[in-house]
Design a protein around this ligand. Sequence first.
Ligand code: 26M
Length: 817
Amino acid sequence: LATAPVGAPPHSVDGFVKEFLHELNTNQGVPLSMSSVNDQYMALASTVRNYLMARWLETNRKVHENKPKTIGYLSAEYLLGRQLGNALLATDLSDIAEKGLALCGIDIATLRAQEVEPGLGNGGLGRLAACFIDSLATMDVPCVGYGIRYEYGIFRQTFVDGRQVEQPDTWLSLGSPWEFPHPEASVQVDFGGHTERYIGEDGRERVRWVPAWNVLGVPYNYMVPGYLNGRVNTLRLWSAQATKAFDLQIFNSGDYAQAVRAQTFAENISKVLYPEDSTPQGKELRLQQQYFFVACSLRDFIDHSLEDGFDLHNLPERITFQLNDTHPVIAVPELMRILIDEYDFEWDEAWDVTSRCFAYTCHTLLPEALEVWPTDLLGRLLPRHLELIYQINDHFLAEVREAFPGDDLRAHHMSIISHGQGVRMAFLATVAGTKVNGVAELHSQLLRDKVLPDFSALWPEKFTNVTNGVTPRRFVRLSNPKLSELINDTIGNGWVTDLERLKELEPYADDPEFRAQFAEIKAWNKHRIADLLRARDGIDLPDGHLVDVMVKRLHEYKRQSLKLLHIVSLYEQVLSGKIAASEVMPRTVVFGSKAAPGYAMAKETIHLINKVAATINADPILEGRLKIAFPANYNVTLAEKLIPAADLSEQISLAGMEASGTGNMKFALNGALTIGTDDGANVEIRKLVGDKHFFLFGMSEPEVAELGAQGYNPHSYYDANPQLKATLDLISSGVFSNGDRHLFDMVVENLKNQDRFMALADFDSYVAAQAKVEERYADQDSWMRSAILNMARTGYFSSDRSMRDYLQRIWHTTPML
Ligand code: 26M
């Protein structure tokens, strides 16, 4: 009896209500009549959790018993989104919960709205991690996601006078019903100090790391439920706490205040997510975060997931650690340190094990986004790890010299330690990983050819591609309930776990009845977002507009400025009488975007978008035919409502710059057409949906490279193109800035004189493609046909397929248990 797992409450409205009221009374300590919305939300979350609990215990029991190979997904970010809806879906409780709560006089929508999403990530990379763990659970693959439980996630964005102002994200303040803290399973992590050489009992020279300080990592477990399959995997996020040593210091030292400060210092490590998503700044606290969660995770797996006496020579048979970008790469020297210093492994044995335990995913091509840690900083914080990195580099460079005798320059280029700069984490990951993958076909090719060419020459078989994907549970089934119903009624519900089956919808693109239903759902989704934005932001979305959406982090390479130039160009043409307002296709452009707080150009671009919006939205000359909506604080929750309402998806990065994009996939799956460059996964989307159903524009990556090599001069485009000139001049005229002609100099002058991402070069082509959009949209029937085909042909972009590819090409394991 003691080993029998708890049973789930009965799967019925009665059973649910009983459990809910029990949770309300015993957990929140209130009767229904006196409960607040938050009490009710907390009780509802606990109730759903209780249904998942038996499955979680059972999953863990089976893992313990069968000892399957596990995927340890190491990611500094998980952008999870709200948990409640997903948990209800995974347990098939959505209807039961709605009915049960109604019996208690509660509208479930009110409780859903109460949840604050855990925004523990910046953007694409963090959301990808969340999709991947969802897919692995749904595919019955043993996986533990390891990361950091930031006390403050991505900042809450507000606009003051059109400018971005950041507020702390206090996501934990009303309680966090989805997490299970396990202080008893805390792990100690050491930092600083120095190393010493000594002779061991066996007469061999050994190294001892004498750290200067340490912290405690407290694990918080989250359930990761598979979709209706009874599996519940674990996401383990680490929170930093002061160790007993700190407490003792407090006790012993006369300087109590100083000792308390030391405690705060320890807890700072997991305090806040760094809000940069492309430019690492070599901050010491960031390296502390990285080592902190990685050290906790390796310790946890080795000490608690492996049976006593497990021979670590066999570690690769039990785990592959997938490195989500370079952020967790310090795990490589950490595992070497454990094996050599703690388990007495010889170098070659330790390297053999380590190099079979890791695989590395690269998520960028931007040179400035590649992490390089200054050696002095790394040596100060992790002296033993720096030594091991030097040693790894020595062995590696010996291999390079052997493969390319006499080619000293090559060895110099490939060195993990670059003199003057520091430790190139992408090189370390590439040397250590069994596999290195990019996140879309084009990106993987450019990774081989441009970022790591010497490495792909040395180890061609190491490089592979896995095109990203998104979870159909959250981004279709949950976010687009009406469309899901239509799909279910048409082809059954198998698509939720086998998204390629959307192909069966292709013939319905020509069925007038189906098209009408599809169009009606699009309209319904537009009304839903209009209602939300009215309540959330006081924004009005007019009826009958083309909904044109650009949502993603604000970055120059993504070219929000190009979208803005298109809008301003339309406005300019009406102002100057080149076209009549009645010739403007009724359109609302929706932006959603956060800028890194230290990224001045990005923040100025946000300011400009808001100012243009204020002017255009208020100008009667446009007869309400052109609107800009820029709701603040774009996040997963807003994405779930916004994406299903979109007609047009803006994916307009300079070719060769966007590694993959994943928003692009969500839009296509929800029946938006893409206007996009030949970049990232756009390439694959276009190939699948067909040219007729995709608006391609702009230079190709080779054309970009050639223009760059020739020497790009944006001013020549400004001089040669009267419409472009008029557009930029309108911004400088002061119409958007109360007559101030210089307010937006930073943005305008940059475009005219630098324009690193060649927005001006692609302007004409973009505007022409937008004209085609208008032409196509005028024929609603043909547009809806294309929209349906976009949905029907993009089932490939399920993260389930991505996970199958990882299993085959990288992890070499099959779903089991
Ligand atoms: C680095 C240092 C300090 C603080 C933050 C960072 C950092 C955080 C996130 C750097 C990069 C980060 O993410 C990059 C990212 O999100 N890349 C995106 O990954 C997606 C998933 O593969 C792709 O779809 C996008 O194209 C790619 O831009």
